[in-house]
Design a protein around this ligand. Structure first.
Ligand SMILES: *Cc1c(COP(=O)(O)O)cnc(C)c1O
Length: 379
């Protein structure tokens, strides 16, 4: 195994089909059969042949194959790519077919998938506190860590222990801390999910998701199901994502370091913003030992703050120069979001901050100026 930075650039060298250094964009939905080797589908024992001779792009295509080569290596398992993070979560639900799903704070889209399964098929949704009382074999415990929108962590190992004690599987949504920040396998995850739309994509211009499992047989079944769910990553998005992965390590490390610097500054200078800044949340500010152990490569690039009033939130987002006011995270451009815009259930004075690749000093100055302007307007 080579280091992450090398794997990102070379793990798909084995999939080269032409002499181009930059892999071509393949827009074709269909691929000519090899007239010298016409083997009917019914005589195929595995579908790995499609890595070399694709058939139809809903099944696989050259750049989705390359993506799976890179993701399998950097995520240390068998990776299956999807058209979005939510599509990846849905695929896990279809494959594992749990009767009960245990989830706490987590991405609203994943919760809504479970709601649909409940409405149509009677899948029961429980909270994480209910594992001991209600979980049994075949159920799924779903955790997201670090968790949206706070950027704080929960203890993966303790959830693995609790899930496994009941025969349930632990699914970890690691979108907020992909490798090298966090390797959830080490703490007992059975399935790992990433929205590749966020840090792997990194440029706010593509949607994709990835599921990682340990058993190659399960990955093959997921790929087979995906043919009929119709949720393979598309041709153009796959090209963009592959291109993004080449620089992923540079981006995530910078974003993680900058976010940690920003969280530290705001935490240490909270008194300067009396009457405005009421709290700062970030995994770097947590004191539990497991947080440091889990986030071995650095803290998540997402942090959150709360202001004193909703009015302050509205004027704060307007005064920033370098943070777009928009939902989502993970891109090279920093974003803030007054979460009340999309989430009615969260603290209505919460501002989520997704740190991009700008200079951390410039970002801190921008936040400080905006906070002071809001403070001046308030007093
Ligand atoms: C964005 C996100 C998802 C969903 O991913 P999409 O690519 O938007 O479908 C799932 N989990 C987390 C933690 C996310 O941030």
């Amino acid at each position: 195994m080579v280091d992450l930075a090398t794997a990102l650039i070379h793990a798909d060298d084995k999939d080269n089909r032409v002499t181009d250094v930059a892999p071509p964009i393949n827009v074709s939905t269909t691929f000519r059969y090899d007239e010298n080797e016409l083997i009917p589908w019914s005589e195929r024992e595995s579908f790995e042949f499609m890595d070399e001779t694709p058939i139809y792009s809903r099944l696989s295509h050259p750049n989705s194959t390359r993506l799976e080569s890179v993701f399998s290596e950097i995520l240390e398992g068998n990776a299956v790519v999807y058209s979005s993070g939510v599509a990846a979560f849905f695929a896990a639900m279809v494959h594992y077919n749990p009767k009960r799903v245990f989830m706490g704070n987590s991405y609203h889209g994943c919760q809504s998938v479970v709601k649909i399964l409940g409405r149509n098929y009677g899948v029961e949704r429980y909270m994480l506190e209910d594992i001991e009382e209600h979980a049994s074999k075949g159920d799924i415990v779903h955790i997201e860590t670090p968790v949206n929108p706070y950027g704080t962590s929960v203890d993966i190992e303790s959830f693995a222990r609790r899930a496994h004690a009941k025969g349930a599987l632990l699914l970890v949504d690691s979108t907020f801390a992909p490798p090298p920040l966090q390797y959830a396998w080490k703490f007992g995850a059975d399935i790992i999910l990433h929205s590749a739309t966020k840090y792997f994509g990194g440029h706010s211009d593509l949607l994709s998701g990835v599921l990682v499992v340990k058993d190659p047989g399960v990955a093959a079944q997921l790929r087979n199901d995906r043919i009929y769910l119709g949720t393979n990553a598309s041709n153009l998005e796959s090209f963009l994502l592959l291109r993004s992965l080449r620089t992923y390590e540079l981006r995530i490390n910078k974003q993680s370091q900058s976010a940690t610097q920003i969280a530290k500054y705001l935490h240490e200078h909270q008194k300067d913003f009396n009457g405005v800044l009421s709290a700062v949340y970030h995994s770097s500010l947590q004191t539990e030992q497991y947080v440091k152990t889990q986030l071995e490569g650095g803290y998540t690039p997402v942090l959150s703050i709360t202001l004193s009033t909703k009015e302050q939130c509205k004027s704060f987002t307007k005064k920033l120069k370098f943070f777009h006011h928009a939902t989502s995270l993970g891109g090279v451009e920093s974003l803030v979001e007054w979460r009340a815009m999309t989430d009615p259930n969260v603290d209505q004075t919460l501002i989520r901050i997704s740190v991009g690749c700008e200079s951390a000093e410039d970002l801190i100055n921008d936040l400080v100026n905006a906070l002071h302007e809001v403070q001046d307007a308030t007093t």
